[in-house]
Design a protein around this ligand. Structure first.
Ligand SMILES: Nc1ncnc2c1ncn2[C@@H]1O[C@H](COP(=O)(O)OP(=O)(O)OP(=O)(O)O)[C@@H](O)[C@H]1O
Ligand SMILES: [Mg+2]
Length: 290
């Protein structure tokens, strides 16, 4: 049964979609079967994965949530073997309103996923920048939440609210939900602020902060306009290397029984893209202790 991981942060533009697409692609490159569910009406995870949303009357996640079609019906393959997408589109905006009258409106994604989950090793859900009904559906369907955090001013603003929401969902709707971890994105090693944010977040969340930091890399922002994950756009870029490392850490932390083959398969040493300090190393060696 595939593990379901929601990629969430109600703050906008922190790297949720970039992480969802490129982590999914990197896991697929490691021969895992991955389904990426786009739960944002912006449809960035869909177009950034090369899915054409222009087709008239094409069904997408919105129609699945309303019960008009099955999830299996809307799954689309991508250019990369092992990587499939459930697309979204602007119709999805309506679900926040139309969904209000539906029975178990926050459990609809979970219910739909159960019908296909066994076909995949991992299901990643790209959440919109809000804590509304769509994100709630993702949190009800997931066993882990991965929180991308941009290394910028006010990075931790709103994080308390997100943690509270995760705790509430765990208590009332989905007892198996856990915080899978926090991933620092758009890290600039030459910028003091990035280091300050990393230190502050690590002080609060300790081992829950993942060791792999995603650097700011222009290739990561260019790739979506070509409808490609970074691996297919520029595999040698620091951004691509960082997401391969992230997939490696993902497998160690969230699927330890499965082992990690990302780097082994590529015949490389298991090096991380950004150098890490002693504190990070300790945190990394104790992923299950918090
Ligand atoms: N590591 C990075 N280096 C450079 N640019 C990045 C990086 N990560 C993301 N970006 C760019 O920053 C912008 C925001 O990223 P992204 O869309 O992934 O964030 P998001 O959290 O999904 O946003 P939203 O909240 O609107 O859904 C995009 O233009 C993206 O290309
Ligand atoms: Mg997004």
């Amino acid at each position: 049964m595939g593990k379901v991981i929601a990629i969430a942060n109600q703050k906008g533009g922190v790297g949720k979609t970039t992480t969802a697409i490129n982590l999914a692609a990197s896991l697929a490159a490691a021969e895992r079967r991955v389904l990426l569910v786009d739960m944002d009406a912006q449809g960035n995870a869909s177009t950034g994965s090369g899915i054409d949303l222009s087709g008239e009357g094409e069904k997408q996640i919105y129609h699945v949530l309303l019960g008009e079609t099955s999830l299996a019906n809307v799954i689309r393959p991508t250019e990369l073997a092992g990587f499939w997408v459930v697309p979204s589109g602007s119709d999805l905006i309506g679900y926040e309103v139309e969904g209000i009258d539906l029975e178990k409106r926050e459990q609809r994604l979970a219910r739909a996923l159960r019908t296909v989950q066994e076909r995949y090793d991992f299901v990643l859900i790209d959440c919109p920048p809000s804590l509304g009904l769509l994100t709630l559906n993702a949190l009800c369907a997931a066993e882990s939440v991965l929180v991308p955090l941009q290394c910028e001013y006010y990075a931790m603003e709103g994080l308390g609210h997100l943690m509270q929401t995760i705790e509430l969902v765990r208590q009332r709707l989905n007892p198996s939900l856990q915080l899978g971890g926090i991933v620092l994105t758009m890290f600039d090693r030459r910028n003091n602020l990035s280091h300050q944010v990393a230190a502050e977040v690590t002080q609060h969340f300790a081992a829950r902060v993942w060791v792999t930091r995603i650097p700011r890399n222009v290739k990561l922002s260019e790739a979506p306009s070509f409808g490609k994950p970074i691996l297919l756009y520029d595999i040698r870029s620091p951004g691509a290397q960082a997401y391969l490392s992230l997939a490696d850490e993902f497998l160690r932390r969230l699927a330890p029984g499965q082992g990690s083959r990302v780097r082994e398969e590529r015949g490389e040493e298991n090096e991380r893209t950004e150098s890490v300090g002693q504190g990070d190393r300790l945190a990394y060696s104790q992923p299950g202790t918090d």
